[in-house]
Ligand binder design. Structure first.
Ligand code: SF4
Length: 510
């Protein structure tokens, strides 16, 4: 890890630009209070070639990285959900607008420098976390390229042109006489477009290996080692340049990473970021329902009904096991108990619920002495009185791996394929054993995209259009979010029915 006080131990920025981030305990204030772009951030788009030399607080170091991680994870998840391209673009845009906004220079009432500073710092911190293995590097580059592409395509045309000029690419412009010499070959790459389109098109020459996607899809003419690329395919060149520069930078960072292992403050943060990405999910905030007047409170009596209709697979499994065995092991109790607290089961109702579930297998005395304390503890009423939050998918997927006798964990990750198919088809009647949908789910599981599989189960069991997820394309990242959204959808349906009944009644009265 790098530490501010030992910067003399680190290579200079010229030899190792990847490490040129300074962490201090105060805010630099750069960008604060101004609304136009500064000379440091003249454009919205960024190739991240100049490492930030700003002072940042430790808190910013982590929060900016988490914000970006959330966006990259979301992009990765969306890219595995086979969405139509326009839907993919709009899902990425609406998510980034919320979690990592980045406005054009023409935007009003926005602190552009502050937005760009967050974006830049988040990117550089994640480089530290994701340079460690070829797999992590490849996944990071793929998501970063997709994010850059989305921003590039939605950027202001003039700003984008100015940004590209600033990069000073060494693309050779094909002059008119060369264009006419190879007119036939160039036209054949334009997929039957009219002559007018060919006349209006301008062309660049670049080494063929810098645009393998265009060569592979035969959209460029290759001669003497150079690919002739039309202006309309410029984005491929830009993305290729972005990706190859990032790849080289990550390799350089990886070589120097051992030097960073000295800092005890940053190590855990970086490890956590990497493991979040590996489990396929960015950090997910969840604000538990408090059950106070928002219609979300649940009583012990209601749990069975809510479980049947609104529990995600992991909780459904735990609940069914509890009902069958009247017992759960420690981590199972913890996972289900905190989840129930999150959906709005108050402490007194939780005590009633657990007492009932244990039934006659346990004496009142034993329950009061050994179990009641733990329930109160998880509600912050005993011990150090911490109010423990419900576990996120990332925690369930990566922490406390279940043994053969355990029921906690995530079925998509911890069940064998056969058991998972049986469990899903028994628990959710909409999912038939040998249906194409089940195959699709199992394909996601096979490629270790567990949250993608879980999101597809949500869509199929709630009549939600493919790609919509929990709303606006959001993937399942927290079991409680599944349940909240499921209950919300039910409320919407009930309201619609009530409105219809009211209007029918009115018509009868008239
Ligand atoms: S992906 Fe998350 S919500 Fe879905 S089953 Fe696994 S842990 Fe539960």
């Amino acid at each position: 890890m790098f530490r501010p006080s030992t910067r003399q131990n680190l290579p200079s920025s010229s030899s190792n630009p990847a490490l040129e981030v300074k962490v201090n305990k105060r805010h630099s204030g750069i960008g604060a209070g101004s609304s136009g772009p500064s000379s440091r951030y003249p454009y919205r788009l960024n190739f991240y070639e100049r490492p930030p030399t700003l002072d940042i607080t430790l808190e910013e170091f982590e929060t900016f990285a988490i914000a970006r991680l959330r966006v990259l994870s979301h992009i990765e998840s969306l890219s595995h959900r086979s969405l139509p391209y326009p839907q993919l673009v709009s899902a990425i845009q609406s998510y980034t607008k919320q979690h990592l906004p980045l406005s054009s220079n023409t935007a009003r009432a926005v602190n552009l420098d502050e937005e760009r500073r967050r974006d830049e710092i988040g990117h550089w911190v994640l480089r530290l976390a994701f340079c460690r293995s070829p797999d992590l590097r490849a996944r990071f580059i793929r998501s970063e390229v997709a994010l850059f592409k989305n921003r590039f395509e939605s950027d202001d045309v003039h700003e984008r042109a100015a940004f590209l000029r600033s990069l000073e690419f060494d693309w050779q412009v094909v002059n008119e006489s060369e264009k006419q010499t190879y007119a036939e070959q160039l036209k054949s790459c334009m997929w039957g477009q009219k002559d007018d389109a060919f006349k209006a098109e301008s062309w660049f020459k670049v080494p063929w290996y810098t645009v393998p996607d265009l060569v592979g899809s035969r959209r460029v003419y290759v001669r003497a080692g150079m690919a002739y690329v039309p202006q309309s395919l410029q984005i491929s060149l830009v993305l290729q340049a972005f990706s190859s520069r990032l790849e080289k930078a990550l390799e350089l960072t990886a070589k120097n990473l051992p030097r960073l292992d000295e800092d005890e403050r940053l190590g855990p943060v970086i490890d956590h970021l990497a493991s979040s990405f590996l489990s396929g999910i960015g950090a997910t905030d969840y604000q538990p329902a408090d059950g106070s007047g928002n219609g979300s409170a649940v009583t012990a009596e209601m749990v069975d009904d809510v479980a049947r209709k609104h529990f995600p697979p992991c909780m459904r499994n735990l609940y069914e096991r509890l009902k069958r065995d009247h017992h759960l092991k420690h981590f199972g109790r913890l996972q289900l108990g905190l989840f129930l607290k999150g959906i709005g089961l108050p402490l007194d109702e939780a005590i009633v619920f657990w007492r009932r579930m244990y039934g006659s297998t346990m004496s009142d005395d034993k329950f009061n002495k050994e179990y009641k304390y733990n329930i109160r503890h998880s509600y912050g009423q005993e011990g150090k009185r911490a109010n423990y939050p419900p576990k996120s998918c990332q925690q369930i997927l990566t922490q406390n791996q279940p043994g053969t006798q355990d029921s906690h964990g995530c079925p998509f990750r911890h069940f064998s394929p056969d058991n998972l198919i049986t469990f899903l088809s028994n628990s959710y009647p909409q999912l038939e054993r040998s249906s194409p949908e089940m195959k699709e789910i199992m394909d996601s599981v096979k490629s270790t995209h567990y949250h993608v599989a879980c999101t597809r189960v949500f869509e199929l069991t709630h009549g939600v259009k493919k790609g919509e997820g929990l709303g606006e394309g959001e993937s399942v990242g927290h079991p409680n979010k599944w349940t909240d959204r499921s209950r919300e959808l039910e409320r919407d349906v009930l309201e619609k029915i009530k409105k219809k009944e009211d209007s029918d009644e009115m018509q009868v009265d008239v």
